[in-house]
Design a protein around this ligand. Sequence first.
Ligand SMILES: *Cc1c(COP(=O)(O)O)cnc(C)c1O
Length: 320
Amino acid sequence: MLNLPTYTDVAAAAERIAGKANRTPVLTSRTADEALGAEIFFKCENYQRMGAFKFRGAMNALSKFDPRQRAAGVVAFSSGNHAQAIALSAKLLGIPATIIMPLDAPAAKVAATKGYGGNVVTYDRYTEDREEIGRRLAEQHGMTLIPPYDHPDVIAGQGTAAKELIEEVGALDALFVCLGGGGLLAGSALAARQLAPGCKIYGVEPQAGNDGQQSFRSGSIVHIETPKTIADGAQTQHLGQHTFAIIRRDVDDIFTATDEQLIACMRFFAERMKMVVEPTGCLGFAAAREMKAQLKGQRVGVIVSGGNVDLVRYSEFLAG
Ligand SMILES: *Cc1c(COP(=O)(O)O)cnc(C)c1O
């Protein structure tokens, strides 16, 4: 039996991470409201610590470690935001962290992870299995493995962003959430179902990798090849057991966005709202923009999930 988190766990996570995670701003844009004929509330996790919502889940999970787990340390595998989230949370809590990253991970990401005090172990992504390395380290050294999305404490932590959003602006008619492995969407669904019962909850993933949509519609987890998309935070091959169970139960639908739509949103955020959003962070708004007719007159929440993008790449996207 899966141990699925509930809204009670999201509320407990919110207390646990209070004062450690940023309470990120909710921004609005008259241009966006006029373009959609709706009221749009952007929950800006690009202003979260380390630049993405993943700090919430990592901080919640690590805060629950018992003394033995704290002493032995945490291990995680990721080339992206989860690595930095675990490294920073562990540093703040005084827990040793080992992060397994591919040999060819971007130097900036390796440097950021090391900068937060993480001990980086590299592997060859073409010949070695990172999950196997993670399990081995966990077994040999008694470390606790914290996965990027398929874990009750991670899901509960991620749900605190939607909780803050709804508590701040009031009930919503629709909520758009970026979707990779489903930690953010599952946690957001737990929060929204409780705090805004009539709210439609939508996940949005890259069109090149719509495994979540296929899974949602077919009723079982679909695995795909690593999708080719600029949304590198959502290049997952499948949903998790826990995230899928919650998404299937609580989410209303899953949409997709193309890379071109993500770039158009990145430009909108830069030009109109003066903020840097990474491609994956644009997924929610990219789908909302395509649904003008359905959203007319509604109160719409959009989770902007992160802002970590290499600035050279970013300027290329904007220059297009
Ligand atoms: C990880 C990540 C996502 C996807 O989150 P999941 O919990 O895996 O669905 C979306 N946006 C950003 C910026 C991320 O880092």
